[in-house]
Design a protein around this ligand. Sequence first.
Ligand code: FUL
Length: 694
Amino acid sequence: MALAALSVGCVAAQQPAPYGPTPTAQQVDWLRMEWYAFVHFSLNTYTNKEWGYGDESPELFNPGQFNARDIVGTLKEAGMTGMIYTAKHHDGWCAWPTKSTSHSIRKSPWKKGKGDVVKEFADACAHAGIKFGTYLSPWDRNCAEYGRDGYRKVYYRQIQELLKNYGPIFEIWFDGANGGDGFYGGARERRNIGSADKYYDYEQVVRNIRRMQPDCIIWGAAQRGDVVWGGSEEGFVKYPLWNARGNKWISLEGDTPINHAGWFWHPGQADRVKTPEHLMNVYLSSVGRGANLILNLAPNRDGVLDAADVESLLSFGAVRRQLLSRDYALGAATRSETDSFSKKTGTDKLTDGDIESFWSPEAGTAQPSVEFKLRKKETFDVVRLREQIRLGQRVESFKVEAKVDGDWVTIVEPGTPGEVETGLETRGGKGHTIGNQVLRWLKEPVTTNHLRLTITASKAVPCISEFSLLRMPKMMPKPEMTRKGNMLHIETDGDYKIFYTTNGRTPTEESAEYRKPVEFDSPGTVKAVYVNREDGSIGPVATLNLGYAKSEWKSAGAEAAFDDDASSHWKGDSAPASFVVDMGKKQKVAAFSYLPRQDRTTEAMTDQYKLELSSDGKDWKTVSEGEFSNLRANPIELKVHFKPTDARYFRFTGKRALDGKGVTVAEINMFPEEKEDKPRSRKKKSRKKKSKKK
Ligand code: FUL
């Protein structure tokens, strides 16, 4: 939209000049998309890994029930506006029949090597009317030429194929993970590329993309693109949020998987899905702070989304839709401090429901404010504001007050410089920047018909397009569970009763009621739900997959690695470093989990390991050795499966760490054989009947 066409409501009857960097029309359209899906689906889906090394066989990829329209239909039903597919992840395998490498879907048995996942997703998106984008990892652990000049040709060709053959691409992702160990055509070595900007020549990459698809939003590309990473794979961005980077408008995107298990599908992940309440906090701490949200869904080995992920996505989608369905400020009477409610000075633009029209006070007004009169008293607990960003981002802080029982009460405190809101805590936040939009979830609902907005600091005359009042739908939380030694603890909350099971079944009101910590010393699955004491509604199921209890475990000095306390960690002074644990008795182990240190530093965070088992503490057998991937961006608990083995002792070796000296472990768990551990027969799978449609 041309600036001249903006509908202005300002006292001076003159449109304010743009301030600072302004977004391109494409960036504005992109911000209006709010949230869309990431879909990670590749060879890693079959290897229980987050990063493939590059030597995985393309034979693994055979999703017998994959149906792109089913998946895209689910995303659309949730209200998502697009999806971005990992056409190539770091392992280098291409999910389309590329001419750039033979390490591709042509070598996979799926559709006899004639399949093209990119095409199926692109077509399904076009069919559903949502946008399609692509992720093409710059880092390629398969390609022999990676790290050398020859790779650029390969990579540019891949970009060209994706941008020329699959219709409009709304966004292309250039991941920041670059260089390191890999297969590299058999060299099996470490390759570093130095400056990614120089190595890939992002200046040229960006130029070429603009030529091929001028409307495509470019993520990353050494800040030469349009959008950058929000800074955490938990999905939040920091607030206040400024879109200006030097003289360029750069937007932010919060990214996170819907499942705690990671970006790709992993066995047993149905128990680790994030609740709709959690997702709402992610939404409020990304979209609600002025960024966009990309939420990952990972199809399983059949090529189908897990029912648990779908259920949580759709419930969150419904809650979001309900939240946005009614704006209590819509059509409210307005006035600026100097005018009456009847005289229109443009303040009415704030409540006209038009995202483009805006109010702007006379230049020079110190702390301009607007009053709102609703037709009747309403109860709300979310305030939303939008700036007319086509004219740049201006507001530094704002305040919202409500008249309650004749007194003005501040319901959104103005932010003060230097404060930073981070993480997923979203209730009671202050009023800093606005940008595309800010959503502030109040600590308590407020009932009133009279409000006041004050812009307490702004870099230039404010241009505010919307002021909205929303009501957060009720969301049931799920109980937090932990086991300490042999005792199971479930977080209590006076409003709810807690029911739980230890046999894997979904708890009901017929199940055991939790009142105080209970003994649970075996491996297994505990499930618990909250039941609202007032209305009997049941919340989402919380699941805890427990390994062997660790109360009898002994070691010389590594207790912090198995004390059931995520905040403590064992540290070995220099890599490699090991510790031995005596589990007290011989038992069958088939998997272990590793929790990296959780204190928000990657210093000495173990990312290469070896695990050995022994029956007598003398003869050792290595059962697993490898890499813990993507810890820098996403330090989650990772579970590794191996051949079931009887053992009383284990030795864990941290072979390498991400940064600095030494290696660390926050927590190690050992698991018996579980149903999902068993590899599924390929033949059986492809014979399975079709349509497991959710
Ligand atoms: C990261 C990658 O390394 C992860 O594997 C994942 O693809 C995520 C979206 O970006 O940087």
